[in-house]
Design a protein around this ligand. Sequence first.
Ligand SMILES: [Zn+2]
Length: 150
Amino acid sequence: MTSTNELVKKFIDGFASNNDIAVLKQIYVTTCSLVDDRIVMLNIAEVPKRQHPFSIAHEIAHIVGHDVYFDGVAGYITESDADYYAVKLLYDYCRSINLKFNSTLDFITQVGIPTRCFNIAEVVLHPEQKLVLILFSRYSKDSWIVKAHP
Ligand SMILES: [Zn+2]
C-alpha cells in the first residue's frame, strides 16, 4: 500500500508542475525559492526525505504568494505564512482523498511535516478548537484567525 508520505509527494510534484514551477533537487545551496524564475531549490542533503513534500509546498507558497501579492505593498510572504499555506495545502489534499488521522501528531508524522509546524497543523485540523492562536494568512478570507480562550 502506498504510504501517505508517498501520496503527498506525488501530489505536490503535480501541483508544482501545474503551477509552472520547477523543483530542482540539489546539494549546493540551501533550500529556497527563486521567485521570478519559478524554481524551488530543494537541498536533499539538508532536508530529510520524508519532509520533501512539505518543504516543496513551503517554497511554492513563496512563489505563488508572490504571484498574487507582489504589488509593491505586500511583497514576499512571511515564513509563517508559507508554513500555513504548506500545511493547509497538504491537509486539503489528504481530505480530498479521504485520508483520516487519529490526531494532529499522526497527521504531521504521516505527511512528513516538521514539528515546528505542530501548532499550525492544530489550527488547520481543528479550526473549532478553543485555543489562543493568532495566525495570519493571506490565503484565507478571514485573514486573522483569533480563537478565544475557553
Ligand atoms: Zn520560507
